[in-house]
Design a protein around this ligand. Structure first.
Ligand code: C5P
Length: 220
């Protein structure tokens, strides 16, 4: 069919992943969670005892690791060198260390290159979500949007996602401190020219999906 790349950026806890997945399902598109790639590199470094402060070693890890991701929105999994890491990459230990990879410009360059190759392999029919998709990975996407939500809504959602196992301070560290660190490399909070914003603070899941699909229809 016609090419349709939908680029979605936003902070953690905005509902980005689940909303992007559902949009991909509804429109019959592939789905790429780029955050999972940053998490996978982080997991690999911790697993292989690669010092996350050693920028050259982290960059080399990003270049050499074998990385597989299922691009269908229904059964997504992530494998690193053949090991299924779908569950471990979501652990707080990874969230707390992922900025070492996200702030590594060599690693970013490598992951952006891999993401652009995946978009091409999908014949440019894909929903891609992350922090730099609207600006760096797919600036020419047919539809580009930022999915955002108030700090309060984001903390509440991430708390629910983690099954109420985290204290308020742990949640704030995972959501707000991570966003602050991420903002030093990529500006994902403010929409670039031609990028739409959907604020999901007052919307439920189905309403947020509809709002995103409406933006896509208007854009294409
Ligand atoms: O989306 P998620 O919270 O899983 O992303 C994990 C981390 O990966 C983010 O906190 C950010 O540091 C990094 N990331 C990034 N650029 C992207 C996607 C994620 O820097 N496009």
């Amino acid at each position: 069919g016609k090419t349709l790349v939908i680029a979605i950026d936003g902070p953690s806890g905005s509902g980005k992943s689940s909303v992007s997945k559902e949009v991909a399902r509804r429109l019959g598109l592939a789905f790429l969670d780029t955050g999972a790639m940053y998490r996978a590199v982080t997991w690999h470094c911790l697993n292989a005892k690669i010092d996350l402060k050693n920028a050259a070693a982290v960059e080399a890890a990003a270049r050499t690791m074998r990385f597989e991701q299922n691009l269908t929105p229904d059964a997504d999994f992530v494998k690193v060198n053949g090991i299924n890491v779908t569950e471990p990459i979501r652990r707080p230990e990874i969230s707390q260390n992922v900025s070492a990879v996200a702030t590594n410009l060599g690693a970013r360059k490598e992951l952006v290159r891999r993401q652009q190759a995946i978009i091409a392999e999908c014949n440019q029919r894909i929903v891609v979500e992350g922090r730099d998709i609207t600006t760096v990975v797919a600036p020419n996407a047919e539809a580009r949007l930022i999915l955002t939500a108030s700090e309060e809504a984001r903390l509440r959602r991430r708390g629910r996602q983690l099954g109420g196992t985290q204290t308020a301070a742990q949640l704030a560290e995972q959501v707000l401190a991570r966003d602050a660190k991420d903002s030093t490399v990529v500006d994902f909070q403010r929409a670039a020219d031609g990028v739409f914003t959907v604020d999901s603070s007052e919307l439920d899941f189905a309403q947020t999906v509809d709002a995103v699909i409406n933006v896509v229809r208007r854009a294409v």
